[in-house]
Design a protein around this ligand. Sequence first.
Ligand code: SF4
Length: 125
Amino acid sequence: MSEENLPRFVQCMCRGDCPGFTQLNVWSLLNYVRNELDVQYAIVHPQLCVDDGDRFWQDLAKPGVTYVVGGCDPKMQRKMYKDALAAVGADFDKQVIALDLRNMPTEEAMKKVTDVFEKLNLSQD
Ligand code: SF4
């Protein structure tokens, strides 16, 4: 896969004060993803489900690019991002892989993200 088509990893941290993320060292996770996985880049956003999250998606999202997003319940993520993505021609259902990384130690989150990237790599072969 060419570099510009590599998936992007976005971690939503629920303002940084959600009890669901107290076990997650977000910087260890991001550094692991950027250094060990086939990703174009990895970033963190404080709260994707509010107005500046919508603006962020509308700046970032490109049709055809895959976004692996760590955060809360995938159904909630879908509800909260799909309209912002649709407004710029992106499609949540085709382009976003939402992962629930709450209540998970860092190592477990790394494994869950790795499994998704491995499946994405296989699907490109
Ligand atoms: S999208 Fe989910 S994880 Fe992110 S701030 Fe909203 S509720 Fe929290």
